[in-house]
Design a protein around this ligand. Structure first.
Ligand SMILES: [Fe+2]
Length: 238
């Protein structure tokens, strides 16, 4: 019986070539990598069509890629909203998202740095508000993705976009911490009221609902709880 020629089908050959060129490129990238790669264990995998394939459980590490969607753009999604409406909502929501991420970070900072006789109460309250703001961060970011946009995520990018003033690295007095949080809330709330009205005008009811039902209602409630701690009322004697 003559020796059997390769039974690799054309598509499989093409896939093999692609995989081979990919491995070659990865090998050259690895050569430039400062981290030594472990040897790749490989096993022959039986195939019904007789094609030779290899399998490995070694992850492909230190990969680099190209940007496949630029920040500030939206993809076309079939959700019944115009390109202009989705672009506008994403731009407004990314501002809210950046400011909300900073507010979350401020809450955690002040939760950690709290001082004084009301330490325990404020320590717990600020952590609760931080959790609620973190939930908002996720909701806003995923709304932007739902609209086909790109949510701001890297904290250094967030810092470039936010309009909330940077707090000192050190520890402020407690009333100043609370005032700083209230001012951040008011900045977000004022912008959210305007964004909610405009996104509704453009037909984006979902973004309007998120801004009103979540961003505004949560922010207003948290602002109330903070403001009550800045009332100078006697503790013991009227
Ligand atoms: Fe904590």
């Amino acid at each position: 019986m003559p020796a059997k020629r390769s039974t690799t089908i054309p598509a499989a050959r093409s896939a093999t070539r692609t995989a081979a060129s990919g491995r070659a490129a990865a090998t050259s990238r690895r050569a430039a990598s400062p981290t030594k790669q472990p040897a790749r264990p490989r096993t022959r995998a039986p195939s019904p069509d007789g094609a030779t394939r290899t399998a490995t459980s070694q992850p492909w590490l230190h990969q680099k890629g190209v940007v496949i969607q630029e920040f500030g753009t939206v993809r076309q999604f079939p959700i019944g909203l115009s390109y202009d409406a989705r672009m506008y909502s994403c731009q407004r929501l990314n501002q809210t998202l950046a400011d909300t991420q900073i507010l979350y970070a401020l809450y955690k900072k002040h939760h950690w740095l709290m001082r004084g006789a009301t330490f325990y109460q404020l320590h717990l309250l600020l952590d609760k508000h931080a959790d609620e703001q973190l939930e908002l961060v996720d909701q806003i970011a995923e709304r932007i993705q739902t609209l086909g946009g790109v949510a701001v995520g890297d904290p250094r990018h967030v810092a470039e976009i936010t309009r909330i003033q940077r707090a000192p690295d050190g520890v402020e007095e407690v009333p100043a911490m609370l005032s700083r949080l209230l001012e951040a809330h008011e900045m977000i709330l004022a912008d959210a009221h305007d964004a909610a009205a405009r996104t509704a005008d453009m037909g984006d009811d979902g973004s309007n609902d998120l801004l009103v039902s979540d961003v505004i209602r949560t922010g207003e409630m948290e602002a109330w709880f903070l403001a009550e701690h800045l009332v100078d009322t006697p503790l013991v004697q009227a």
